[in-house]
Design a protein around this ligand. Structure first.
Ligand SMILES: NC(=O)c1ccc[n+]([C@@H]2O[C@H](COP(=O)([O-])OP(=O)(O)OC[C@H]3O[C@@H](n4cnc5c(N)ncnc54)[C@H](O)[C@@H]3O)[C@@H](O)[C@H]2O)c1
Length: 255
């Protein structure tokens, strides 16, 4: 008999229009969860929801700019009104730029921080009452290996926002363990998605990147989605406040 691991769960997944967030939404739906797909990209959201429906799953599109707290509150309410439960939150949406530190304007800094750091905070704050009413839940936040290593290419605001994700996860994990809510962070290494597309559908300097990864290849969205599935399933019931590195062994050599 087929055994679905997330039957009875309702998941809010941010960034579900693209890349890793989309793969997470598809994986959760395959495992029986109802998925509220959050993103600013309506066309991408509609494509994700259509793909889930075509595979026999259940999902809704929730268009939201997560840098705006009013929109995040409305989005979370929409998911609750639709399904009467929210037991999983995946904070995955993010924006990036590649400007060097000295060329980063106040506006550049504020834009990235408002989406990546403020947006995660708004989602955490707004999901909490619903998750409590749902009897508890699991939250996974997306940081990045750059939060720990720094980055030769991603902008300083991106790096800072990804470090913020780790701090927020630990804070919420300590606070909400009593509510049966677990909060963990995943730090992906380079993963092939639109965020790493250098404009021609390819990852820049692919060979050099792959050489520096002990497992010998850039990650695929599925590599992240499968770890997230573990972090929201009962097999990880004793893990909270943890930061999980999924990078093909990149930092074994301190590279
Ligand atoms: N791809 C990588 O190499 C990599 C490495 C480390 C960490 N990450 C992290 O993984 C997560 C997913 O990244 P990805 O590679 O799938 O990127 P992606 O660009 O494919 O997806 C990001 C999604 O965020 C959405 N988004 C952007 N601004 C938004 C806003 N204001 N409100 C709502 N949604 C918004 C975009 O529309 C997009 O659908 C991110 O948090 C990223 O920082 C990615």
């Amino acid at each position: 008999m087929e055994c679905k691991r997330l039957l009875g769960d309702v998941a809010a997944v941010t960034g579900a229009a693209s890349g890793i967030g989309k793969q997470i939404a598809l994986t959760f739906a395959r495992e029986g969860a109802k998925v509220a797909c959050f993103d600013i990209n309506k066309a991408g959201l509609d494509a994700t929801v259509a793909e889930i429906a075509a595979n026999g799953g259940e999902a809704i599109a929730v268009e939201v700019d997560q840098s705006d707290s009013t929109q995040v509150a409305a989005a979370m309410k929409k998911a609750w009104d639709e399904y009467g439960k929210i037991s999983i939150l995946i904070n995955c949406a993010a924006a990036i730029n590649y400007k060097p530190l000295q060329d980063t304007s106040d506006e550049d800094w504020n834009r990235i921080m408002s989406i990546n750091a403020n947006g995660y905070f708004f989602c955490l704050r707004e999901v909490y009452p619903y998750m409590k009413k749902s009897g508890g839940g699991r939250i996974v936040q997306f940081s990045s290996s750059t939060a720990l290593s720094g980055s030769g290419f991603a902008n300083i605001a991106y790096t800072a926002s990804k470090a913020a994700a780790i701090g927020m996860s630990k804070h919420a994990a300590g606070l909400w363990a009593k509510d049966n809510i677990r909060v963990n962070t995943i730090c992906p290494g380079l993963t092939e998605t639109p965020i790493t597309d250098s404009g021609d559908g390819k990852v820049k300097d692919r060979e050099a990147h792959e050489k520096a990864i002990p497992l010998g290849r850039i990650a695929r969205p599925e590599d992240m989605a499968d770890v997230v599935l573990f972090l929201v399933s009962d097999e990880s019931r004793y893990i909270t406040g943890a930061t999980i590195h999924v990078n093909g062994g990149k930092y074994i050599y301190g590279s």
